[in-house]
Design a protein around this ligand. Structure first.
Ligand code: C2O
Ligand code: CU
Ligand code: CU
Length: 471
């Protein structure tokens, strides 16, 4: 018996070796990630300016000083945060001042298809588009970024992204920490020389930076009072996954995820967040001694190569001033479980077996790559389905579905359901070889909607398909 097992093991090892002869095929752990350079944590954190979502005007432009940096306002690497309420009518004018096409996608919002920036719909240089739709989503932090085929990953990396904060009566009634106590934090990794030119390996792993920025500032510091803060974190990176924690490992109170508040607060000491995912957490500095310094860090995690890096993200320094306290209510919100159904579909993430180096299509979903004319699933408006996902690769894939907030109902291989998965999600992470099932109630926004890996290099490589809502 023992020899049999040893025999099997060595057979696996040999197969494993053969496998790595085309090492990029399975995104093996041999890819070199750029090492992270931490700054001095002396530059103050900047909170992006806000605009009301019913009369927003943003323009995509090249930032002065570097043609490799783009932005939605001159000077700020992040676009303005758009503030709105559930039920409100949106009026956003995008002006394209770039020398190339662009468009906008409202990540997490349920909007009509013609307002959602399909990969083929380009706003040409010098042109403007008025986006108008009504906010159907509940309170939560959503975001916007370009979604133009072939340009999404680069334009997002170069700085085209911004936040959307939606409020509603339910959230208002909780009187959560607000004003100076509510901090939107967009975490992105970038490279010092700014150029975006992924090579083959970087398409495999995704394009990683050599330093970490929060709201466009490298290694920032923020001074806090001795109170409770609401940190609203977006992983806005192209490919990097973070396992966030505080440097002294104090507990954080997780109150919300992609689609708003959780039913009950969850006490967590770390938080794995893939590209596109958001977390809403309360952190208390009430008992900190004056001048205490601590860091938001990203720690090691088991999930392939990426998990081997740990680093500081930003610094908090505690002021002498006493701040506002907050006690979390036992019940934050109500989330009705999506009813179970036999309407199932399966999706397998894999690497194409024959590769054409340099061409699109190594990363596939059900063996397919993106084709604007191809509809993977036709779904009746308002119906419920379960989608079972299998990651057959050694890479991490954050899966995002447009036009819906869904529920992660089972993780059958890999981890069990995560704290942030007790709420509504529009993006969820599959670590290498994991499996998970999600339940979705589809909207009645007729037409084609995208779903894809939010590792933006994988997306550009074709890891994106469409579903169509039919009457
Ligand atoms: Cu945030 Cu289809 O993307
Ligand atoms: Cu989206
Ligand atoms: Cu992926």
């Amino acid at each position: 018996m023992k020899t049999l097992i040893t025999g099997l093991l060595s057979a696996t090892l040999i197969l494993g070796c053969m496998d790595s002869s085309h090492s990029s095929d399975h995104g093996s752990n041999s890819e070199k990630l750029p090492s992270i350079v931490e700054g001095k944590f002396t530059q103050a954190l900047v909170i992006p300016a806000t605009q009301s979502i019913d009369q927003a005007q943003i323009s995509a432009q090249i930032q002065s000083g570097s043609t490799d940096r783009l932005g939605y306002s001159n000077g700020g690497i992040l676009g303005p945060t758009l503030i709105g309420k559930t039920g409100q009518k949106v009026q956003i004018q995008l002006t394209n001042r770039l020398s190339e096409g662009t468009n906008l996608h409202w990540h997490g919002l349920e909007v009509p298809v013609d307002q959602d920036g399909l990969p083929e719909n380009s706003i040409l240089p010098g042109q403007s588009k008025n986006y108008d739709f009504t906010i159907k989503n509940r309170a939560g932090m959503y975001w916007y970024h370009p979604h133009l085929m072939g340009s999404t990953a680069r334009q997002a990396y170069q700085g085209l992204a911004g936040l959307i904060l939606i409020r509603d009566a339910e959230e208002d009634s909780l009187h959560l920490p607000s004003g100076e106590y509510e901090l939107p934090l967009v975490v992105q990794d970038r490279r010092a020389n700014h150029t975006y030119q992924p090579n083959m390996d970087e398409i495999m792993s995704g394009f990683m930076g050599d330093h970490i920025e929060v709201n466009g500032i490298a290694s920032p510091i923020h001074q806090v009072k001795k109170g409770v803060y609401r940190l609203r974190i977006l992983n806005g990176s192209n490919a990097r996954v973070y396992d966030f924690a505080l440097s002294d490992h104090r507990m954080m109170t997780l109150i919300g995820s992609d689609g708003g508040l959780l039913p009950q607060a969850q006490s967590v000491d770390h938080l794995l967040l893939g590209p596109g995912e958001r977390a809403d957490v309360l952190v208390s500095f009430e008992k900190d001694p004056t001048a205490n310094e601590l860091y938001l860090i990203s720690q090691n995690f088991s999930g392939g190569n990426q998990g081997s890096q740990s680093f500081k993200v930003m610094k908090f320094k505690v002021l002498d001033a006493v701040g506002t306290s907050y006690t979390v209510p036992a019940q934050l919100s109500k989330i009705e479980a999506i009813p179970s159904t036999s309407q199932n579909r399966t999706f397998a993430l894999a690497m194409a077996s024959s590769m054409n180096s340099g061409s699109m299509g190594m990363h596939t979903i059900n063996g397919q790559i993106y084709d604007s004319k191809r509809i993977e699933a036709q779904i009746k408006a308002g119906s419920v389905e379960q989608w079972k996902w299998t990651n057959n690769t050694h890479e991490i894939h954050p899966i995002h579905i447009h036009g819906v907030q869904f529920q992660v109902i089972e993780r059958s291989v890999g981890r069990t359901a995560l704290p942030q998965e007790k709420g509504w999600k529009d993006t969820f992470v599959l670590l290498p070889m994991e499996q998970a099932t999600i339940a979705i109630r589809f909207s009645s926004e007729l037409g084609r909607h995208l779903f894809h890996c939010h590792n933006l290099e994988h997306e550009e490589d074709g890891m994106m398909l469409q579903y169509e809502i039919i009457p």
